[in-house]
Design a protein. Structure first.
Length: 141
Protein backbone atom coordinates (compact mmCIF):
# COMPACT_ATOMS: atom_id res chain seq x y z
CA UNK A 1 0.00 0.00 0.00
CA UNK A 2 1.34 3.40 -0.95
CA UNK A 3 0.65 6.23 1.51
CA UNK A 4 0.99 9.77 0.15
CA UNK A 5 1.02 12.63 2.66
CA UNK A 6 0.10 16.20 1.69
CA UNK A 7 0.14 19.17 4.05
CA UNK A 8 -1.40 22.62 3.76
CA UNK A 9 -0.57 25.40 6.25
CA UNK A 10 1.34 22.76 8.23
CA UNK A 11 5.14 22.62 8.21
CA UNK A 12 5.64 19.43 6.20
CA UNK A 13 8.91 18.00 7.48
CA UNK A 14 10.21 14.60 6.42
CA UNK A 15 9.76 13.35 9.99
CA UNK A 16 6.10 14.43 10.00
CA UNK A 17 5.41 12.68 6.70
CA UNK A 18 7.15 9.49 7.91
CA UNK A 19 5.26 9.54 11.21
CA UNK A 20 1.89 10.11 9.50
CA UNK A 21 2.63 7.41 6.91
CA UNK A 22 3.63 4.84 9.53
CA UNK A 23 0.62 5.67 11.74
CA UNK A 24 -1.83 5.23 8.87
CA UNK A 25 -0.09 2.07 7.61
CA UNK A 26 -0.20 0.62 11.12
CA UNK A 27 -3.97 1.13 11.39
CA UNK A 28 -4.70 -0.12 7.86
CA UNK A 29 -2.12 -2.89 7.42
CA UNK A 30 -4.72 -5.68 7.40
CA UNK A 31 -6.23 -4.07 4.27
CA UNK A 32 -2.86 -3.91 2.46
CA UNK A 33 -3.90 -6.30 -0.34
CA UNK A 34 -7.28 -4.58 -0.71
CA UNK A 35 -5.97 -1.00 -1.16
CA UNK A 36 -4.08 0.47 -4.08
CA UNK A 37 -3.29 3.86 -2.55
CA UNK A 38 -3.98 5.98 0.51
CA UNK A 39 -3.78 9.78 0.48
CA UNK A 40 -3.51 11.78 3.69
CA UNK A 41 -4.25 15.52 3.67
CA UNK A 42 -3.17 17.53 6.70
CA UNK A 43 -4.27 21.11 7.21
CA UNK A 44 -4.41 23.83 9.82
CA UNK A 45 -7.73 25.57 9.23
CA UNK A 46 -6.76 28.72 11.13
CA UNK A 47 -3.27 28.86 9.60
CA UNK A 48 -0.92 29.88 12.39
CA UNK A 49 -3.61 31.13 14.81
CA UNK A 50 -4.57 28.98 17.76
CA UNK A 51 -8.04 27.51 17.94
CA UNK A 52 -10.01 24.53 19.13
CA UNK A 53 -10.16 21.62 16.69
CA UNK A 54 -8.36 23.56 13.96
CA UNK A 55 -6.08 20.68 12.89
CA UNK A 56 -7.70 18.56 10.19
CA UNK A 57 -6.73 15.18 8.77
CA UNK A 58 -8.52 13.75 5.75
CA UNK A 59 -7.70 10.23 4.60
CA UNK A 60 -8.80 8.94 1.23
CA UNK A 61 -8.35 5.22 0.57
CA UNK A 62 -8.70 3.63 -2.85
CA UNK A 63 -9.90 0.01 -2.62
CA UNK A 64 -9.30 -2.17 -5.68
CA UNK A 65 -12.38 -2.16 -7.91
CA UNK A 66 -14.42 0.18 -5.67
CA UNK A 67 -15.11 3.87 -5.17
CA UNK A 68 -12.70 5.80 -2.97
CA UNK A 69 -13.52 5.97 0.75
CA UNK A 70 -12.87 9.27 2.54
CA UNK A 71 -12.94 10.22 6.22
CA UNK A 72 -12.08 13.42 8.07
CA UNK A 73 -11.20 14.11 11.68
CA UNK A 74 -10.58 17.47 13.39
CA UNK A 75 -8.73 17.88 16.67
CA UNK A 76 -6.64 20.31 18.68
CA UNK A 77 -3.36 18.65 17.63
CA UNK A 78 -2.09 16.95 14.49
CA UNK A 79 -1.42 13.76 16.40
CA UNK A 80 -5.03 13.51 17.60
CA UNK A 81 -6.34 14.41 14.14
CA UNK A 82 -4.23 11.74 12.41
CA UNK A 83 -5.02 9.07 15.03
CA UNK A 84 -8.74 9.84 14.86
CA UNK A 85 -8.88 9.82 11.05
CA UNK A 86 -6.86 6.58 10.84
CA UNK A 87 -9.24 4.90 13.27
CA UNK A 88 -12.28 6.17 11.35
CA UNK A 89 -10.79 4.83 8.10
CA UNK A 90 -10.14 1.43 9.68
CA UNK A 91 -13.79 1.28 10.78
CA UNK A 92 -15.00 2.39 7.33
CA UNK A 93 -12.93 -0.28 5.59
CA UNK A 94 -14.06 -2.95 8.06
CA UNK A 95 -17.64 -1.96 7.30
CA UNK A 96 -17.02 -2.12 3.53
CA UNK A 97 -15.30 -5.50 3.82
CA UNK A 98 -18.13 -6.81 5.98
CA UNK A 99 -20.68 -5.78 3.39
CA UNK A 100 -18.67 -7.46 0.64
CA UNK A 101 -18.18 -10.68 2.65
CA UNK A 102 -21.87 -11.13 3.43
CA UNK A 103 -23.25 -10.05 0.08
CA UNK A 104 -26.37 -12.05 -0.69
CA UNK A 105 -26.60 -13.67 -4.10
CA UNK A 106 -29.72 -13.26 -6.24
CA UNK A 107 -30.94 -16.75 -5.28
CA UNK A 108 -30.98 -15.76 -1.62
CA UNK A 109 -27.85 -17.73 -0.72
CA UNK A 110 -24.91 -16.18 1.07
CA UNK A 111 -21.74 -15.72 -0.94
CA UNK A 112 -19.61 -18.35 0.83
CA UNK A 113 -16.04 -18.68 -0.52
CA UNK A 114 -15.80 -22.21 0.95
CA UNK A 115 -18.77 -23.19 -1.18
CA UNK A 116 -16.81 -22.24 -4.31
CA UNK A 117 -13.67 -24.09 -3.20
CA UNK A 118 -15.20 -27.25 -1.68
CA UNK A 119 -18.88 -27.52 -2.64
CA UNK A 120 -19.15 -31.23 -1.73
CA UNK A 121 -17.72 -30.66 1.76
CA UNK A 122 -20.26 -27.88 2.40
CA UNK A 123 -23.11 -30.05 1.10
CA UNK A 124 -22.01 -32.98 3.26
CA UNK A 125 -21.81 -30.75 6.35
CA UNK A 126 -25.32 -29.45 5.72
CA UNK A 127 -26.67 -32.99 5.29
CA UNK A 128 -24.93 -34.09 8.49
CA UNK A 129 -26.49 -31.17 10.40
CA UNK A 130 -29.95 -32.11 9.09
CA UNK A 131 -29.39 -35.76 10.03
CA UNK A 132 -28.24 -34.88 13.56
CA UNK A 133 -31.23 -32.56 14.09
CA UNK A 134 -33.65 -35.34 13.04
CA UNK A 135 -31.88 -37.83 15.31
CA UNK A 136 -32.25 -35.42 18.23
CA UNK A 137 -35.96 -35.03 17.51
CA UNK A 138 -36.44 -38.82 17.36
CA UNK A 139 -34.52 -39.33 20.60
CA UNK A 140 -36.63 -36.71 22.40
CA UNK A 141 -39.95 -37.90 20.99
Amino acid sequence: MHVQVNSQHVPGSVELHEWVGSTVEGQLERFDDFLTRVEVHLSDENAQKAGADDKRCQIEARPKGHQAVSVTHKAESLQLAVDGAAEKMRHALEHLMGKLDSKVLSGGELNDPLLDEQPQAVKDAMLEEDFLEKQDELDKG
